[in-house]
Design a protein around this ligand. Structure first.
Ligand code: NAI
Ligand SMILES: CCCCCC(=O)/C=C/C=C\C=C\C=C\[C@@H](O)[C@@H](O)CCCC(=O)O
Length: 265
């Protein structure tokens, strides 16, 4: 049970963020939902208040790409709930045309959110410790050719998570940091692969994405939410990447030594 725990989920108005919010509420936590979609977030808050009671959820409008908005909303959340125990950097987009926006949201937004959460949670600052979950992707472990910048941001999220987890352990922060790496999930995001305005130069590679979807069949948000909850609850897991596919969830084993082929120079 997560009774008494306070969670923050970015990109919570729909898709995976909505399902993470739901499973956290089902398990007793209070949830601050953050999203740029004000109408969707407000509507979800009304629905969740009816289902779980008032004061369990609060929606905040903020763009994770904006230092000002994210910091401001973070302070508001701490003022309302008193503390934060669980922080999920979930907001993400696919936009290969406007690739700088993709980097700002998918990578800089995750770094920003993680540092805000870490500063608040770490024991050195009087915090109680906690857990940060960064939503990466299977595309953060192996390339998605139709979306190279998206792939780069997700590799970045996995690398950032692993390095920061080691830094947190070495510094005694008491904060666990893990990455969640789903394969294709049934949300509106996967429609991007078919939209020229999202895939830009690589629209011609839609068939490759289609064949990857056959290799990694689309899964439902509820399955990813169960894996998310596992990461929240398992206090032994730190610095992990949890892959979620149609066949189940599995921790990625990163090689200690790189496999290389020597060349003569
Ligand atoms: N759907 C999929 O196949 C997979 C998704 N993911 C990742 O899961 C995360 C969630 O994606 P989905 O739920 O599928 O997408 P979605 O498009 O259904 O939901 C994303 C949510 O993030 C919000 N958002 C977008 N930009 C934002 C910003 N700048 N600030 C705050 N909120 C913002 C949107 O308004 C939306 O509510 C993303 O990081 C995505 O990369 C990872 C692997 C697979
Ligand atoms: C354009 C739509 C993006 C949808 C969001 C998303 O993040 C989806 C990612 C889904 C799958 C990516 C797969 C990439 C796989 C390959 O690089 C493969 O080599 C990985 C091998 C891993 C394995 O065999 O288990």
């Amino acid at each position: 049970m997560l009774k008494g725990k306070v969670a923050v989920v970015s990109g919570a108005a729909q898709g995976l963020g909505k399902s993470f919010t739901h499973i956290l509420l089902e398990n007793g936590a209070q949830v601050a939902m953050l999203d740029v979609d004000e109408a969707g977030g407000q509507e979800l808050q009304v629905q969740l208040n009816q289902q779980f009671g008032l004061e369990r959820t609060q929606f905040y409008k903020a763009d994770v790409a904006s230092e000002l908005q994210f910091t401001d909303v973070f302070q508001k959340i701490v003022s309302k709930f008193g503390h934060i125990d669980i922080f999920c950097n979930n907001a993400g987009i696919v936009d290969e045309k406007n690739w700088e926006k993709t980097v700002s949201i998918n990578l800089s937004g995750v770094v920003r959110g993680t540092y805000l959460a870490l500063d608040h949670m770490k024991k050195q600052n009087g915090g109680k410790g906690g857990i940060i979950i960064n939503v990466a992707s299977l595309a953060g472990l192996g390339p998605l050719p139709s979306a190279p910048v998206y792939t780069a941001t997700k590799f970045g999220v996995v690398g950032f998570t692993r390095a920061l987890s080691m830094a947190s352990q070495a510094s005694g922060y008491g904060v666990r940091i893990n990455a969640l790496c789903p394969s294709f999930v049934r949300t509106s995001l996967i429609d991007s692969f078919n939209q020229k305005e999202k895939t830009g130069n690589f629209h011609n590679l839609a068939a490759i994405t289609q064949s990857l979807m056959e290799k990694f069949p689309i899964i439902e948000v509820e399955q990813v939410a169960k894996a998310f909850l596992h990461l929240v609850k398992d206090e032994c897991v730190d610095g992990a990447a949890l892959l979620v596919k149609n066949t189940g969830a599995e921790y990625v084993i990163f090689p200690k030594d790189m496999e290389t082929t020597p060349i003569s120079i």
